[in-house]
Design a protein around this ligand. Structure first.
Ligand code: IMP
Ligand code: MG
Length: 221
């Protein structure tokens, strides 16, 4: 491939990859997935490979923005663990291959706010003993969880806080929260896979999928 040479324009901050409301997704037959979820899913919204490629791109943007700062990555469990782990791996690779080596600390907090597929008001944040400059998160739904988490982090007055979330849902919430980095803007659907769960199930699915009524009924609590 020919190198254009000269200065390349920095990528513009965008809305991420926008998945429209009429996106039909991919048929499950086109991909492999755990057999125990056969009959529980409607379609594949985002295949695993695309998630990983997009995460690499977010890592690149983060590397450009952090300058000479070292970072503390605060992973929001449990749903954020896959995204956070992949993001950290990409940052490590970029850091290894660049002039500037970024030192990273990793910490974890846990929050739970969903009952079945509904967001609830009673949120619990557990853990996290280090200050955060970057938080790695699975999905911003209503944005309620992220706001609560940011309130508790800001008390420690960190030098800089940046939020990276793999997904942002187009909810009708007036207080919709927009993170600094995000992979995909998705319709207001309940999704599972890539560590996102429905009552603790589907975290072991690689793709991000839409659950069907059968799956919802089967794993309802
Ligand atoms: P929010 O408070 O509505 O923004 O919800 C945030 C948290 O709820 C996320 O961190 C997820 O753990 C969970 N959540 C929200 N939407 C979904 C979904 O579609 N599937 C699985 N978990 C979700
Ligand atoms: Mg959950």
């Amino acid at each position: 491939m020919a190198d254009q040479g000269g200065s390349r324009a920095a990528p513009r901050r965008s809305r991420g990859v926008v998945i429209s409301d009429d996106w039909p997704g991919y048929s499950l037959d086109l991909f492999t997935y755990p057999q125990h979820y056969c009959g529980d899913l409607e379609y594949v919204l985002i295949p695993h490979g695309i998630i990983v490629d997009r995460t690499e791109c977010l890592a690149k943007g983060i590397m450009q923005d952090i300058g000479d700062n070292n970072i503390v990555v605060l992973c929001v469990l449990k749903g954020g663990y896959k995204f956070c782990a992949d993001l950290v791996e990409h940052i490590k690779t970029l850091s290894r291959n660049s002039e500037r080596s970024v030192s990273m600390k990793v910490d974890f907090v846990r929050q739970q706010s969903y009952h079945n597929d509904q967001s609830t008001q009673n949120m619990q944040i557990i853990g996290g003993d280090d200050l955060s400059k970057l938080t790695g998160k699975d999905i911003i739904g209503t944005g309620r969880t992220m706001k609560a988490l940011l309130n508790s982090i800001e008390k420690y007055k960190p030098k800089m806080i940046k939020v990276a979330s793999l997904l942002v849902k187009r909810t009708s919430q007036p207080d919709g929260y927009r993170p600094d980095y995000y992979g995909f803007e998705i319709p207001n659907l309940f999704v599972v896979g890539y560590a996102l769960d429905y009552n603790e199930h589907f975290r072991d699915l690689n793709h991000i999928c839409v659950i069907n009524d059968n799956g919802k009924g089967k794993y309802k609590v």
